[in-house]
Every structure is written in structure tokens, then in C-alpha cells.
Design a protein around this ligand. Structure first.
Ligand SMILES: Cc1cc2nc3c(=O)[nH]c(=O)nc-3n(C[C@H](O)[C@H](O)[C@H](O)COP(=O)(O)OP(=O)(O)OC[C@H]3O[C@@H](n4cnc5c(N)ncnc54)[C@H](O)[C@@H]3O)c2cc1C
Ligand SMILES: NC(=O)c1ccc[n+]([C@@H]2O[C@H](COP(=O)([O-])OP(=O)(O)OC[C@H]3O[C@@H](n4cnc5c(N)ncnc54)[C@H](OP(=O)(O)O)[C@@H]3O)[C@@H](O)[C@H]2O)c1
Length: 437
């Protein structure tokens, strides 16, 4: 038996998969544990469903990662204080280092009155819902005729896209805490919804906030032009949904009816304060209400506080004086053998390419740490036994191949570009890991 470094990677999104491959290519024996049955993370369950070319290209790359011989995959296994395995269980199995690439699974709520009303959601849950991730795929959602989406990032536009082109609601209002010059979304994402944008409402809104913008030396006309950059490539609208922005406004509370259903969101107007070359939103005390049946918070995510690593603000705590910094970043948790990468290092930050690079960098830090240890005689039998003792169906890489083949055949049969099972039982049955009821 040859000696190898033995590493556990938690999470099979882009950061975990590419980080795991890097370690395996270095010669480590790598085991990837993933909460979801399928690999891919937000590349599978976040990226908008109609981006078929991008998604199938990424799936192909993920398949290639799973082909690496000294890399094992266990899907449907959650790691964490309340998971199937705890960090200490992984240590007890002999893993010399643990790379946490579990994304940012916590929910960033603002703690406002009314957040528990029916019709108030966090964007991640909605995104998981329309991308068919169990159990979100089966949760009831109340998408009303008038919907507010809080935030001005690409996730806000993805939610607007879903509400405008799938749900075809009457009105979508993007509520943005700063002004038109601080939008974070890209032109490309705006192309899907800009044909529904009420340009008169946009002009009126920009006129309303112009004095505040000018007071901090912002150019309202330039901001307007940036928002409208997507117009030449606008996708023709397929609904009568009116899409508009409310700038310089923050939600402060939500109101519901006797049945607990959301009826209104109260907004506080903001002004802009120039600070350190940027701006900050500050409430003016002026409040008003919007009649809405749905509010979706698209304000970014936070890491999972129950994972078993200390959390500060929205992120896992990183060592401030890392032993193995890569590109000036710390990938080290306060535990010497636990490293973090991708959205687990920096929540809601960047695209798939960023997560891939960050996961790879994290694995470089892991590799440097391993050089201070001796390789060991890896006992995979102990891992297999521990997994068997979980008494639940666990998915290996060969199973994933079968699942993909079944889903592709189903898509062909139904004449669809893509077919995706939306619950675990169907997936497990398709892989032969569960008997058909
Ligand atoms: C709505 C949305 C749309 C996006 N669209 C695009 C786009 O169009 N193009 C683009 O380039 N980027 C897009 N992104 C960004 C991109 O998806 C992310 O940058 C990237 O997926 C982050 O990778 P990650 O591996 O760090 O985390 P994730 O992709 O979140 O992967 C985390 C993995 O960890 C697993 N996991 C979680 N908790 C545990 C646990 N406790 N135990 C075991 N496993 C666990 C999950 O099952 C998942 O597989 C989008 C993001 C969002 C939110
Ligand atoms: N199609 C794509 O390529 C795609 C799709 C989705 C996501 N992504 C990527 O995924 C990452 C995350 O996207 P994201 O949209 O979640 O994040 P984001 O781009 O950081 O946008 C978050 C938005 O929420 C606002 N916000 C944050 N905290 C708030 C609060 N307390 N109250 C009110 N508003 C608040 C922010 O405003 P401030 O600016 O004032 O902080 C910002 O407008 C980004 O890198 C994004 O590009 C890409």
C-alpha cells in the first residue's frame, strides 16, 4: 500500500470540484462530500435555468473532475454540527486536512418585523426552487401580482427574470438602498427584462433622486445610460409585467392580513453620504408603503452558522496571519487542519470562474500545509463503512453518470433541451439506489 496525503473536500460546487482536482493531481487521495445528490452547487442550482449552453458546458467539466481516479464522491451527505458527519468524524477517519467549499448556505435576513409573513422570501430559496433543488423544489411559494425585489445585483435580475418571464406577474419593483449609480448588475442580465422596464418611471425616479446624486458628485445621466445599455439587445417581452426601480429606499417592515399573508412593505427613504471614496445609504426618517404580495430579499448570502466553524458577520472567520497565503488571501480557518475556499471564504462573491480560481487557490494552501505532515496509508474501507453506517442512500460518481444518462434519455423522450428530476426519491430510483414505490 502506498502512502498518500488524505484530504476531505466538503461541497462539490465549482470551488470544491476544481480544488479537489488540484489536490488529486498533486497526488493526494481526495474524498468529496456533497449535501446535494448532484455535483455543481450554484452552477447547477443557481445559474438561470435557460442558460443551457453554459450549464451543460460546466456539467461536462464537472464530469471530467469526477473521472479523476484518486478522487471519490459522496453525494447526499451533509457535513456540519447537525449533519451526517461532523468535522471531528472526518478527522477520526484519518483525513489530514479538510477543505470547506460548502458555499454560503445561511440566509441573510435583516431582522425586520414581518419577515415571517407568507410571501416574504430570500432569493436563494427562490432560486433553488426554480432550479429544482430538493427540498426547495417542493416548498409552496406565494408569488403575487405585485412583487418587490430588494437589491440591485445580478440575483435581483434573475428573480425579476423569473417573475416577469415565467410568473408573468403584474408588477416587479426593484427596491435599491442606494442610487442609480450604485447598481451592481450586468448589462447581459438586464437584456432579459429591459423590454418590460417602464422607462417613464425610470426617468421620473432618476429626476427624483438627482439632487441627492449631485450632492455626492454623481452624474444621473451617466447612471441612466448604464442602466439602459442593454436596450439594443433587449429580448422581446412575453408578458405585460411592468418593471420599475425605487431608488434610495430600504425596507423597514412588512405588514400582513389576518391569514399571515403579506400585503405591504414599508420603505424608508435614504440619502447618500460620501465616505472613503464610496457612498453609504442613510435613512431620512421618511416612510411610505408599497402594496405588494411578495417580497424577495436579493441582498447576498451568508455562510452556514451551524457548520461548526466560527462565523463573523456573514463569513467564516479566517486566520488574520495565514501560514500559507495565496494571492494575498487567507484560506485558513482558526483550526490548523481546516481551510475554506470559494463562497465559503467570501460569501456571494463573483462568478463561477472566480469560485474555480478560489477553490484552486485554497487547495494550494492545503497542499502547502500537507507538506508539513507525512503521507499516510489511506484507509478507504473505514470511510466506506462509516458511509454505510449512515443508513441512507449515498451517491457515488458512477451513480451520477447513471442519473445523467437517465435524465438525458428523459429529455429526448419529452423533446426537451433538458430534463431534471425535482426530488431526491426520483433521482435515487433512477440510479437504482431506492426501490420504486
Ligand atoms: C442566483 C445565482 C445565479 C448565478 N448565475 C451565475 C451565472 O450565470 N454565471 C456565473 O458565472 N456565475 C453565476 N453565479 C455565481 C456562481 O454560481 C458562484 O460563483 C459559484 O457557484 C460559487 O461556487 P462555490 O463552489 O463556492 O459554492 P456553491 O456553488 O454554492 O457550492 C456549494 C456546494 O456545497 C454543498 N454543501 C453545502 N453545504 C454543505 C454541507 N454542510 N455539507 C456538504 N456539502 C455542502 C452544496 O450541495 C453545493 O454543492 C450565480 C449565483 C447565484 C446565487
Ligand atoms: N448571471 C450572472 O452572471 C449572475 C447571476 C446571479 C449572481 N451572479 C453573481 O453572484 C454574486 C452575488 O450576486 P448578488 O446579486 O447576490 O450580490 P451583489 O451583486 O453584491 O448585490 C447585492 C445587492 O444587495 C444590496 N444589499 C446588500 N445588503 C443590503 C441591505 N442590508 N439592504 C438593502 N440592500 C442590500 C446591495 O446594495 P449595496 O451595493 O448598497 O451594498 C446590492 O445592490 C455576484 O458576484 C453576481 O455577479 C451572477
Amino acid at each position: 500500500m502506498t502512502s498518500q496525503y488524505f484530504v476531505a473536500v466538503v461541497g462539490a460546487g465549482p470551488a470544491g470540484l476544481f480544488g479537489a482536482r488540484e489536490l488529486a493531481n498533486q497526488g493526494a487521495r481526495v474524498v468529496v462530500f456533497n449535501r446535494d445528490i448532484k455535483p455543481g452547487g450554484l452552477a447547477e442550482y443557481g445559474i438561470y435555468p435557460n442558460k443551457h449552453t453554459m450549464k451543460s458546458g460546466l456539467r461536462k467539466q464537472f464530469r471530467q473532475v469526477l473521472e479523476v481516479p484518486n478522487l471519490d464522491y459522496y453525494g447526499n451527505v451533509t457535513v456540519g454540527t447537525e449533519g451526517d458527519l461532523k468535522l471531528d468524524d472526518l478527522r477520526a477517519l484519518g483525513f489530514q486536512a479538510i477543505l470547506v467549499t460548502a458555499g454560503a448556505q445561511g440566509t441573510k435576513w435583516l431582522g425586520l418585523p414581518g419577515e415571517d409573513l407568507v410571501g416574504v422570501y430570500h432569493a436563494k430559496d427562490v432560486v433553488y426552487f426554480y432550479n429544482k433543488l430538493p427540498p426547495y423544489s417542493h416548498k409552496p411559494y406565494r408569488f403575487g401580482r405585485r412583487c418587490a425585489v430588494i437589491g440591485a445585483g445580478n440575483v435581483m435580475l434573475d428573480i425579476a427574470h423569473f417573475l416577469i418571464r415565467e410568473k408573468k406577474v403584474d408588477e416587479v419593483i426593484a427596491v435599491v438602498r442606494r442610487g442609480p449609480a450604485e447598481i451592481k448588475f450586468d448589462k447581459k442580465e438586464m437584456e432579459y427584462v429591459i423590454d418590460n422596464l417602464d422607462q417613464n418611471a425610470l426617468d421620473a425616479e432618476i429626476e427624483r433622486v438627482t439632487p441627492i446624486m449631485q450632492a455626492v458628485n454623481q452624474d444621473p445621466a451617466a447612471a441612466r445610460a448604464t442602466i439602459l445599455e442593454a436596450l439594443p439587445k433587449a429580448l422581446p417581452k412575453i408578458s405585460d409585467t411592468k418593471f420599475r426601480f425605487e431608488f434610495l429606499a430600504s425596507p423597514v417592515q412588512m405588514f400582513g392580513d389576518a391569514n399571515g399573508n403579506l400585503t405591504q412593505v414599508e420603505l424608508e427613504d435614504n440619502t447618500l453620504i460620501a465616505k472613503d471614496g464610496d457612498t453609504k445609504a442613510r435613512g431620512t426618517g421618511n416612510k411610505r408603503r408599497l402594496d405588494v404580495e411578495t417580497v424577495v430579499f436579493a441582498i447576498g448570502d451568508k455562510v452556514d452558522e451551524l457548520f461548526g466553524l466560527p462565523v463573523e458577520w456573514n463569513e467564516f472567520v479566517k486566520s488574520a496571519s495565514p501560514r500559507y497565503p495565496i494571492d494575498g488571501n487567507s484560506y485558513e480557518s482558526p483550526f490548523e487542519d481546516v481551510f475554506v475556499g470559494g463562497w465559503s471564504r467570501k460569501a456571494s462573491s463573483g462568478l463561477v470562474g472566480y469560485a474555480r480560481k478560489d477553490g484552486t487557490n485554497a487547495s494550494k494552501a492545503v497542499w502547502q500545509y500537507l507538506q508539513t505532515k507525512q503521507p499516510i496509508e489511506v484507509n478507504m474501507d473505514a470511510v466506506v463503512e462509516r458511509i454505510r453506517d449512515l443508513n441512507k442512500p449515498v451517491v457515488a460518481k458512477e451513480d451520477i453518470k447513471r442519473l445523467e444518462a437517465v435524465e438525458q434519455a428523459e429529455a429526448q423522450k419529452r423533446g426537451l433541451e433538458e430534463f431534471k428530476f425535482d426530488n431526491n426519491d426520483d433521482m435515487l430510483q433512477a440510479m437504482g439506489l431506492m426501490e420504486t414505490a
